[in-house]
Design a protein around this ligand. Sequence first.
Ligand code: WQD
Length: 338
Amino acid sequence: MKVLVTGGLGFIGSHTVVELQHKGFEVVVIDDCSNAKEDVLDGIEKITGKRPLFEKIDLKEKDKVEDFFDRYEDVEGVIHFAASKAVGESVEKPLLYYENNIGTLVYVLKELCKKNRASFIFSSSCTVYGQADKMPITEDAPVKAAESPYGNTKQMGEEIIRDTCKVVPSLNAIALRYFNPMGAHPSAEIGELPIGVPQNLVPFITQTGIGLRDELSVYGDDYPTPDGTCIRDYIYVVDLARAHVVALERLLNGKNKENYEVFNVGTGKGSSVLEVIQSFEKVSGRKLNYKIVGRRPGDITTAYADTTKANEELGWKSKYTLDEAMKSAWVWEQKIRD
Ligand code: WQD
């Protein structure tokens, strides 16, 4: 029995492949290499000693998706990461996001519906909550109108899966709503490889720390939070990867209560931008060069997860602290800049 990981060369995908292999799964990776290099497979192999099967396929090509599933009849589980994920870019190029994030999801689901039984894990995001009214955020918090086409593709993706599971009992799916993934594998063989100027906070911090960027711009310190900067739930990518394995095993072992379930995946703890900066300075021993500037349009003030459902139902809990995750991000940054 094989597990397909689409987008498996990406940041979260590659860490999930490692954790799947540690648990003894045979993994096949599909990636179109539009946002990741094939040599990520070398890093995975260095960590686990097993090179996953790999197929360079653009999932927008329906016939290629059908052909893949014809050739791999023993794929019973799919973890679907493949998607474009830059919030800002999605505003500029909505149709690229709807085609790539929704079209590919539909093609993969159509193939799974042909099987006697299929288990599907969907990479969703806390972005579906927008600015939630109550903290910490529970899974039954209302889904709010998306602030970007990227966020909308996550909401639509969940609805497509939910509607399909309603009429296809053999399809069992879990949507994992990530909070803010960060860090790199402790081996420093794989990690986050942002292309161009990083949009996300942590890679921008480590690139500033290593001297690649002159200074970090902190987008606003006039928010209604204790230190005025935005609060997020930063989750270590290895914790997040392990949540995917636990969720897949839940479905493969028939432990799911319904054939479509949703779980928040976060630490349950909020950290402000300034606290994240302090964490970097503590683990690196370096002062970070930053300045406070105006707010970034579209940013919400606060988001951190209520992890009760994942802890109690899924039996998963994050294990690493912000400092440990930040340390791994810094070690990775130093390694790739050497
Ligand atoms: C975090 C905080 C910024 C950069 C996004 C997506 C979400 C998910 C994770 C894909 C915010 C501040 C940032 C900088 C800063 N992506 N910041 N200076 O916006 O919470 O979430 O990435 O799934 O869907 O929306 O993450 O890292 O961009 O920002 O001050 O140079 O850091 O204002 O408060 P965000 P982020």
